[in-house]
Design a protein around this ligand. Structure first.
Ligand code: GDP
Ligand code: GDP
Length: 442
């Protein structure tokens, strides 16, 4: 099973210091912590790494647990959601207060989990003299590990323990020709409807490869002889069950899917203005080197005038210039309108993504561009391109060799990059440019 980089969920009752611990392990001193239970957090997950292993840390705090019995709903939901979405659970308790009745109830849930659980006793501020953590052996969750999240004492040992318990780095079955597709976007835009519409209609075409069992998380799908693999379809379908207040799991899922994708389908709701969250996800996919298609869904609900689609696209690109090279398709997962056309577009974009241009042609184009608009001189010397080559595909990566590579500024490389697209559009795909000096040639 491969859902992308592993995720570690930090659970526990309010006020034990989950958020402080979260900030500590993602390496930021200033926690957004207040002495009020249930303060809303800025963000709920962050990518971090320790001893060379990358993982997501999830702060499940920030729930409004104003009720008399904090276990009532919120904490329980939080723990159950973590079971579905995480690879490891860190259960934080309060060493100053000692075991609380709610802790026993959480522990009971956790003992049933099929996931590894780490019991962390926070607020043990006077290590090694403090022995408060030993009281928590009776939780029945193994060795309680002490930490003082405020000072950071003990956090290294806990990070070691976390990394030890992460699942092994998964090896993607090496089939170079498989095309990995991530369907990403905010909750409620129609991601699971879209995927269901695509995959259920052509049930017969779902290929029968090993691992396509009921509980496999991806869905392979044969289309025009190409094996498309839809990433984490299990997660998309599960999404409907995400409780209010836990929507950040949807963002986390998008991020984890982007890591594994060749092409991302960013679904947005065309009845609404593009949301800043949509644009953030788009940027993330683009900067991660993924190809991107925007699927403006729920088009059946939009009152159409002659130019509504065009205007919609222009408005969106005005807000996020990166999207200039990203195709947009208007669909309805409800009626099925253009849902399959998206697949045709995926194949086109994938072809562009893998396109290779000859060194001769690249050199020619770059020289021509430099002649038309030469780079500024460097200490009175003209800056020249010796030659240029496409070093890689997926995403297309070009290396430009110049006499003074360090003198070439970002504005100029952007000019080259944009002009290159006039020759080779690389629809929906980011292009990377690197500059090298003549001595660095291989
Ligand atoms: P959460 O509700 O579980 O996320 O808890 P917070 O991170 O918001 O912390 C609750 C309170 O505990 C805050 O006042 C923190 O300053 C305090 N706190 C967190 N970690 C420690 C610690 O290691 N030692 C001490 N003494 N206080 C802590
Ligand atoms: P997800 O959270 O992004 O997976 O969104 P869902 O697929 O669960 O859809 C959210 C809601 O929008 C559901 O009520 C769907 O029936 C509805 N919906 C999804 N796609 C469309 C569409 O193209 N047109 C209309 N009218 N409704 C849609």
């Amino acid at each position: 099973m491969n859902r992308g980089l592993p995720a570690v969920a930090i659970v526990g009752r309010p006020n034990v210091g989950k958020s402080t611990f979260f900030n500590r392990i993602i390496g930021e001193r200033l926690a957004i912590v207040e002495d009020v239970p249930g303060v809303t957090r800025d963000r709920n997950f962050a990518l971090t790494d320790w001893a060379g292993r990358k993982f997501y840390a999830i702060d499940t705090g920030g729930l409004d647990t104003d009720t008399e019995d904090p276990m009532a709903v919120a904490v329980r939901d939080q723990v159950l959601a973590a079971f579905k979405e995480a690879d490891l659970i860190v259960f934080v308790v309060d060493g100053k207060v000692g075991p609380a009745p709610v802790d026993y109830r959480i522990a009971e849930l956790l003992r049933k989990a099929e996931l590894p659980v780490l019991l962390v006793v926070n607020k043990v501020d006077r290590l090694p003299l403090d022995l408060a953590h030993h009281e928590f052996w009776e939780m029945g969750l193994g060795e309680p590990l002490p930490v003082s999240s405020i000072s950071g004492k003990g956090s290294g040992d806990i990070l070691d323990a976390i990394v030890e318990r992460l699942p092994p780095v998964p090896v993607e079955p090496a089939n170079e020709n498989d095309l990995y597709i991530a369907v990403i976007g905010k909750p409620n835009v129609g991601k699971s409807s879209f995927v269901n519409r695509l995959l259920n209609e052509d049930r017969m075409l779902v290929s029968n490869v090993p691992g396509t069992t009921r509980d496999s998380i991806d869905t392979p799908f044969l289309y025009h002889g190409k094996n498309l693999v839809f990433i984490d379809t299990a997660g998309l379908r599960r999404q409907a069950k995400i409780e209010p207040g836990l929507e950040y799991y949807s963002a986390l899922r998008s991020e984890r899917s982007i890591e594994r994708a060749d092409v991302c389908l960013l679904l947005i709701d065309s009845t609404e203005e593009p949301h800043v969250q949509d644009l953030k996800i788009a940027e993330k996919a683009w900067h991660a080197g993924r190809s991107l298609i925007i699927v403006a869904n729920k088009w059946d609900l939009v009152e159409k005038e002659t130019n509504s689609a065009k205007e919609y696209v222009e408005k969106m690109r005005g807000r996020a210039p990166t999207l200039r090279h990203v195709p947009v398709m208007f669909t309805s997962a409800l009626t099925g309108q253009r849902v399959h056309n998206v697949l045709d577009l995926v194949l086109e974009v994938a072809e562009e993504r893998n396109k290779r241009i000859s060194t001769h042609e690249v050199t020619e184009v770059v020289r021509e561009l430099a002649t038309r608009q030469p780079p500024p001189h460097y200490r009175g010397m003209p800056v020249k391109f010796l030659y240029a080559t496409q070093a890689d595909t997926s995403p297309p990566t070009f290396v430009l060799f110049a006499n003074y590579p360090k003198a070439i500024e970002e504005g100029y490389t952007r000019y080259i990059q944009n002009q290159m697209r006039e020759h080779w559009p690389f629809q929906g795909t980011p292009i990377r440019l690197r500059l090298r000096g003549r001595r660095e040639e291989k």
